[in-house]
Design a protein around this ligand. Structure first.
Ligand code: SF4
Length: 314
């Protein structure tokens, strides 16, 4: 019998649905490559001869990061090495075989660092208190040491656009600072450059990509730590805004790249004390939110009449 476009195939999808599915997946892959390539270019994240240590936690974002970097390396006009690194923190039930099996199959050089930070955190932090800040500090120190040992010139992390936005609002709401998570920064020991190539990528896209590629995800709640409620609140707030006011979150994200220090209040960023009238017009002067001049909109007749009457009386 002749196969029609609407007859189900072995995957349970009709040929038409399967075609649409493939089209959507290709679009997603292209978008991720474009956004990651753009962020790498904009911030000069990777240079010729770099050895990029990709930190792989087993979560959807770090898998997506490694996958897209491998694709871009194939196409890049420069040459750089990639080494995947996982820190096994000895959390209960961590499936230690999953990442080595995945990376071996992929043919990517990798290193698994075994360090029982879980026991340290449990010993030092009283029961019921949040363990994330000590845990992250320990992890960071270990990853910097491993980067040294491996001769890595860049450390790539899987934080994405939503992480950057959430951190921005967390710092503002709870830390009184206009500060986020930069796409590229010098490590706090001053010895490394940390990069976030997913900086322009939406979390919803890494989620879809992980499902599409069937990455062997390792759950992130093995340590038993409480969820960060403040971050959750911010996430919900952003989701809600996006639903009610489409485009608002995009605008806020773009604003992070368009800062005007002379129109904020940080005296360390702009020399307000020595500000003098210079005589000429100033770009970004105080006109941004002025009403449009009424030339384009004719004034209502009664206003013109009143004005004329006023002129006559004068
Ligand atoms: S969630 Fe667990 S593993 Fe992750 S930073 Fe917090 S304590 Fe560490």
């Amino acid at each position: 019998m002749e196969q029609t476009l609407d007859a189900p195939t072995t995957s349970g999808l009709t040929a038409r649905q399967a075609e649409k599915h493939t089209f959507e997946n290709n679009k997603l892959h292209k978008r991720l490559c474009r956004q990651v390539g753009q962020a790498i270019g904009d911030f000069n994240m990777i240079e010729d001869g770099d050895k990029v240590m990709v930190c792989l936690s087993g979560g959807k974002d770090s898998y997506a990061l490694l996958d897209i970097l491998l694709t871009l390396r194939e196409r890049a006009p420069i040459s750089f090495d990639i080494i995947a690194v996982n820190l096994d923190q000895k959390q209960p039930n961590f499936p230690a075989h999953v990442l080595p099996a995945y990376l071996t199959k992929l043919g990517v050089p990798f290193h698994i660092e075994n360090q029982d930070t879980y026991s340290i955190v449990k010993r030092v932090i009283p029961e019921g208190k949040t363990t994330c800040s000590l845990c992250s500090r320990l992890r960071r120190g270990i990853l910097y040491r491993v980067a040294d040992e491996l001769g890595a010139t860049k450390i790539a992390l899987g934080h994405h656009r939503d992480d950057i936005m959430e951190t921005f609002f967390l710092n503002m709401f709870f830390g009184s600072k206009l500060k986020s998570m930069p796409p590229k920064l010098q490590s706090d020991d001053g010895k490394h450059i940390v990069i976030r190539p997913l900086a322009y990528v939406a979390e919803a896209d890494t989620e879809r990509y992980a499902a599409l590629k069937e990455f062997p995800i390792i759950p992130c709640d093995l340590c038993g730590s409480q969820e960060n409620l403040q971050r959750k609140q911010i996430k919900n707030m952003l989701r809600d805004w996006e639903k009610k006011h489409p485009g608002r979150v995009d605008n806020i994200f773009s604003s992070l790249s368009t800062v005007v220090p002379s129109h904020l209040m940080d005296r360390s960023q702009f020399d307000f004390a020595n500000l003098q009238a210079g005589g000429g017009p100033v770009a970004d002067g105080d006109i941004a939110f002025d009403e449009e001049p009424c030339a384009s909109t004719p004034a209502p007749l009664n206003v013109i009449t009143l004005h004329r009457q006023g002129t006559e009386q004068d």
